[in-house]
Design a protein around this ligand. Structure first.
Ligand code: ATP
Length: 230
């Protein structure tokens, strides 16, 4: 579970997030909003990549300051900047992240092989990350986020720049993880996918939560709010 309490963040005295209260329970929650609404900033705070100026963040009841290792082992993150080891190959990226999650070398290798197959990355697995296409890079970063089958996933634009076949695989994997009890919070500008997979839709506007559709049964309503704010 993700529990964000009164979290605020400013850059150069410009408020970006203004007192966000958000509890996300198992399921797939889509965080939507116009460019600049603060979605990536909120995901960075929830991932522990940055600290809020005020407020607090808990992942399964734990705070980043006191429990960074425990949180990392249950948390998968696809950050906006992807977070790849640029000089390593695709397979080396996955092998490097395994031990950070507490996986053995053979567990990491088996899971990496499976994910690379699903994402159609097997052929390119020995390509150095910085030489990969945008889609290959994003799929590698996603495979790194999924490698340890985390209970909580924070994904910044997981479908952007991904080919339709891999996109369908990602939808399927996220659906499976969610059915198994994972808590998934993702941002996306692709409303058709959001409408297909999200069990909840939260809309951010000017650093505040403007709407919360849980469950998002009234798709037209979500669409209306979404298109009105873009
Ligand atoms: P998009 O849909 O375009 O990705 P977003 O909703 O994810 O947008 P953020 O990337 O969180 O929005 O940015 C929100 C605001 O905060 C923007 O005005 C952005 O310029 C600003 N901002 C984000 N990160 C920083 C930073 N490190 N330094 C200064 N300003 C920042």
């Amino acid at each position: 579970m993700i529990d964000c309490r009164a979290a605020s963040k400013s850059y150069a005295s410009q408020p970006v997030l203004r007192g966000i209260d958000l509890v996300v329970e198992p399921g797939i929650c889509a965080l939507l909003g116009a460019n600049g609404a603060g979605k990536s900033t909120l995901l960075r705070l929830l991932s522990g990549l940055e600290e809020p100026d005020d407020g607090s963040v808990f992942i399964d009841g734990l705070g980043f300051r006191d429990h960074p290792v425990e949180i990392r082992r249950n948390l998968g993150v696809l950050p906006e900047g992807l977070g790849l080891f640029e000089s390593l190959t695709i397979i080396e990226n996955l092998m490097a992240i395994g031990p950070i999650y507490g996986l053995t070398k053979s567990e990491t290798a088996a899971r990496a092989t499976n994910l690379l197959g699903l994402f159609e990355l097997t052929q390119g697995r020995h390509t150095v990350a910085r030489n990969c296409s945008f889609g290959m890079r994003k799929k590698t970063a996603l495979a790194m986020a999924l490698l340890h089958r985390p209970k909580v996933l924070l994904l910044d634009e997981p479908f952007e720049g991904i080919d339709p076949s891999s996109s369908a695989v990602i939808e399927m994997l996220l659906g499976q993880l969610s059915s198994d009890g994972a808590t998934i919070l993702l941002t996306s500008h692709i409303l058709s996918i959001v409408q297909k997979i999200a069990t909840r839709v939260v809309i951010l506007r000017h650093g505040r939560i403007e709407s919360d559709f849980n469950p998002p049964t009234i798709n037209e309503e979500v669409e209306e709010v979404y298109f009105n704010i873009v």
